[in-house]
Design a protein around this ligand. Structure first.
Ligand code: C5P
Length: 246
């Protein structure tokens, strides 16, 4: 039977928006894209990846408030960048690692919107996530799932290897999924997961799994790809021009 949270569109945008806050951790210094600026600030067709990501959240019609964690020295410039782009968002200083940044942004978000039921955590690098993916995640949480992640099937075979690169095992590809964001959580569940978390978790749903809480999945989308390399950036440029002409 199809779980209730696999059926997006069951709630109106305004009902979702009343309840949902989004966190965007963007306080890393990662400069792997080679632009000499943190990845979140790398421009794609004239706007920073972060601005595209925040615009995507705000225009999905189901997010009431966005909180961005920025490098502490760049809180003001990040706030200005977003304000200049006409994007209302709170910018807070990030922490020493991603976990700390999300924890700080979560505290701020739940202070700003104490009655929030749903918290989304979204990678700035997944700047072109389609609105229907964001809506499906929010819908699934509002339908009762404590944690929800968008996923795609694996196109490639995956091998587990040892430290020397020798293959140890071939997991069944049919049972594997690529994980995207936004990851969505019931606010109390994410608060509990972060209270129990150690340092440097890269996956928020993983923290919830550690609590023994089930994590549901909804269909992701190829456009929700993570921009990590110059190759990804070229794809992102193409995605954005395709979205702009459609
Ligand atoms: O560096 P890494 O790729 O693991 O970062 C993942 C995400 O976490 C990035 O969006 C980065 O900006 C964010 N981050 C953060 N605070 C940190 C380190 C990373 O918000 N102190």
């Amino acid at each position: 039977m199809t779980p209730q949270w696999d059926r997006p569109g069951s709630r109106t945008g305004s009902e979702q928006a009343m309840n949902t806050v989004a966190i965007v951790p963007a306080a890393g210094r990662g400069e792997r894209l080679g632009f000499g600026v943190p990845k979140a600030l790398v421009p794609v067709r004239g706007s920073a990846l972060l601005a595209h990501a925040v615009r995507g959240l705000l225009t999905a019609g189901c997010v009431r408030h966005v909180v961005v964690a920025a490098p502490p020295a760049e809180v003001e410039s990040t706030a200005k960048l977003l304000a200049d782009a006409g994007l209302p968002a709170d910018v807070v200083p990030g922490g020493a690692d991603r976990t700390d940044s999300v924890r700080r942004a979560l505290r701020h978000a739940l202070t700003a919107v104490p009655d929030a039921r749903v918290v989304l955590v979204h990678d700035a690098a997944r700047a072109f996530t389609p609105p229907q993916v964001i809506q499906a995640v929010v819908d699934a949480v509002l339908a009762g799932a404590p944690a929800v992640i968008p996923v795609l099937p694996m196109a490639d075979t995956v091998k587990q290897v040892d430290a020397a690169g020798v293959v140890l095992a071939t997991p069944d590809r049919a049972a594997l999924r690529i994980v995207q964001t936004p990851q969505g959580f019931d606010a109390a569940t994410l608060t509990r997961a972060y209270a129990a978390a150690g340092d440097s978790a890269t996956d928020d749903a993983g923290l919830v799994e550690k609590l023994g809480v089930p994590v549901a999945t909804v269909p992701g989308h190829p456009y929700a790809m993570k921009v990590t390399t110059p190759f990804d950036l070229a794809i992102a440029e193409a995605v954005l021009s395709a979205v702009e002409v459609s």
